[in-house]
Write a protein that binds this ligand. Structure first.
Ligand SMILES: [Zn+2]
Ligand SMILES: [Zn+2]
Length: 277
């Protein structure tokens, strides 16, 4: 893989916690970078960045052959995802010289409600950016990274969290993605904390005791069970599968992958104290 593709790939993986494949090919005399998420989503969409004679960058997104479920989502989006999608589209529109959105092969105005009333069978988005100054390699990479992130975000905005969770390269990576999603989900968090309280279950640190008012109800939540350990279908039980932990203990739990078990970390703390005294 060339250096620029590698750089785009790394950036996207860090940003979205999803594995990507990036490849470059020459079309006439201009490079074209093709970006697809690996596995499941790879069959849903592809983002292409063309550099035309070094003066024009065209970014296109086009659904792939198994995009039916994605288009189904678009035809019945909930308000939250639709808003997020439009916010991304607006951001892209603002940053580029020309923004084109095609629904069923026709140019469409994405900001009008009529677009969403029509049934989508296909869609394509193209943003063109005129590059006035000649770019050095670093500028070129930064520009491509920025656009790749925006276009991938636009599509991920339409998908449900569970679908994004199915993206991992390996079982381990996939579990990690899912695990972090669970920990960040405010609905799970709420239930875990109302049942388990706000004190760290590892070291018993209590933020309100130490910091007073500003520490009130401050704590992280950690998802204990590895998803893969359950095999197949997994339904999270936020009360038993998640625990409140302080950020220090949380960071230590994630020093290993899969994460260290809470009992083991408690034992490490006890042993370490013993060694010091
Ligand atoms: Zn702690
Ligand atoms: Zn955690």
């Amino acid at each position: 893989m060339d250096e620029k593709s590698q750089s785009i790939k790394q950036d996207l993986e860090i940003f979205y916690d999803v594995p990507f494949e990036v490849s470059m090919r020459m079309e006439y005399k201009d490079p074209v970078y093709c970006i697809t998420p690996q596995n499941y989503l790879g069959e849903l969409f592809e983002v292409k960045i063309h550099f035309r004679q070094k003066i024009r960058m065209i970014v296109e997104i086009e659904p792939q052959k198994y995009a039916a479920s994605m288009i189904e989502e678009i035809n019945h989006p909930d308000e939250e995802r639709k808003k997020l999608f439009l916010a991304y589209a607006e951001q892209i529109n603002r940053k580029c010289s020309k923004f084109e959105f095609f629904v069923n092969q026709n140019l469409a105005d994405i900001s009008t409600p009529g677009v969403w009333e029509e049934k989508w069978n296909s869609f394509r988005i193209r943003a063109t950016q005129i590059i006035e100054d000649s770019l050095d390699d670093t500028d070129e990479i930064n520009l491509m990274r920025e656009w790749a992130r925006l276009f991938v975000g636009l599509i991920l905005a339409l998908l449900k969290i569970e679908q994004i969770g199915q993206l991992g390269v390996t079982e381990g990576k996939m579990s990690q993605v899912l695990q972090n999603k669970y920990e960040r989900n405010p609905v799970n968090r709420e239930l875990c904390l109302s049942a388990n309280g706000f004190k760290c279950k590892i070291c018993e640190f209590d933020f309100e005791n130490v910091y007073g008012k500003i520490g009130h109800e401050f704590i992280h939540v950690h998802h204990i069970e590895m998803v893969s350990a359950h095999g197949g279908e997994y339904y999270l039980d936020p009360v038993n599968d998640m625990i409140p932990v302080c950020p220090n203990c949380h960071a230590m739990l994630h020093r290993e992958n899969p994460p260290i078990k809470p009992d083991k970390l408690r034992e490490i703390i006890v042993n370490q104290k013993g060694e010091l005294s």
